[in-house]
Design a protein around this ligand. Structure first.
Ligand SMILES: Cc1cc2nc3c(=O)[nH]c(=O)nc-3n(C[C@H](O)[C@H](O)[C@H](O)COP(=O)(O)OP(=O)(O)OC[C@H]3O[C@@H](n4cnc5c(N)ncnc54)[C@H](O)[C@@H]3O)c2cc1C
Ligand code: FES
Length: 238
């Protein structure tokens, strides 16, 4: 994974933790490719820049991964709802793999409000684990046990009784579904396929337990996990 710094003063000025941007490759020949959503990893108002974390999985992310300094991109944002932090106490940030992407910005804001930050991060192995944690306690799990707890990040949360006044989670959909069983009050970032990113195409809707549908790009991407209809969502997304 790499962190890309984008000079985007208008976005940096408005960005709040939990929001994302839609990124499109700058070249004219990429105009027909849909933009891809990326969580805002950090924002620096004074430098007019934002950061995104890129995990190279396919067409666009591999091109972003290889981008040279000074290259240009089309970037739209900030999009989505910011997360709401508790007025006091602790914030627990649970992430799997590239799901760590929204966490540094949330942690920065939480620390600025005097909140305790608890990081819980899971990765396939030590080589794939995030190494950037801003303040607070860090709990790490790896599937192969090469670093930290051996097992999933949800098993780690459960076995070590890790919790917070607010829990924010991001990662693979099955991880979030498992976490919802043990921490139903957690706010989970649901990363669906997106097209527009601002509420028009309805390509990102997810089912809720009350039978309604909601757009992840506008009403989310973070939802309290006990409002999500996980059975239907898992059937649709996997
Ligand atoms: C709100 C949101 C925030 C995101 N934040 C980040 C981030 O900070 N860093 C990051 O690296 N990625 C993030 N993603 C995922 C990122 O948008 C996808 O990895 C990207 O769309 C893949 O594009 P691609 O052209 O490289 O892959 P493609 O060539 O389009 O697809 C390659 C593979 O990835 C799968 N894939 C494509 N999109 C998604 C998706 N949204 N979720 C799961 N699998 C997908 C495809 O099914 C395919 O198997 C986020 C997604 C959302 C919805
Ligand atoms: S991505 Fe178009 S409505 Fe959400």
């Amino acid at each position: 994974m790499v962190v890309l710094t984008l000079l985007a003063p208008e976005i940096a000025e408005l960005a709040k933790p939990g929001q994302f941007v839609q990124v499109r490759l700058g070249e004219a020949r990429s105009a027909a490719i849909l933009p891809r959503p990326f969580s805002i990893y950090d924002a620096h108002t004074s430098q007019g820049s934002i950061e995104i974390l890129v995990s190279p999985v396919g067409l666009v992310t591999k091109r972003l991964f290889e981008l040279d300094a000074g290259g240009s991109l089309v970037c739209l944002g900030p999009l989505g709802m910011p997360v709401e932090l508790p007025s006091s106490g602790s914030v627990c940030l649970v992430s799997g793999g590239a799901g760590v992407a929204p966490m540094p910005f949330i942690a920065k804001e939480a620390l600025a409000h005097g909140l305790e930050v608890i990081w819980v991060h899971g990765a396939r192995s030590a080589d794939f684990a995030s190494t950037e944690y801003l303040g607070g306690q860090v709990f790490l799990s790896t599937d192969d046990g090469s670093k930290g707890f051996k097992g999933s990040v949800v098993e780690l949360v459960t076995e070590k009784f890790i919790d917070g006044d607010a829990v924010f989670a991001c990662g693979p959909i099955h991880m979030l579904a498992q976490l919802s069983k043990v921490r139903p009050h957690a706010y989970v970032s649901i990363e669906t396929y997106m097209a527009c990113g601002f509420g028009v195409c309805l390509g990102c809707v997810i089912p809720l337990v009350d039978g309604s549908l909601t757009r992840t790009c506008v009403e989310g991407t973070f939802f309290r996990s006990d409002v999500v209809d996980w059975i239907t969502l898992l059937r649709e997304l996997t």
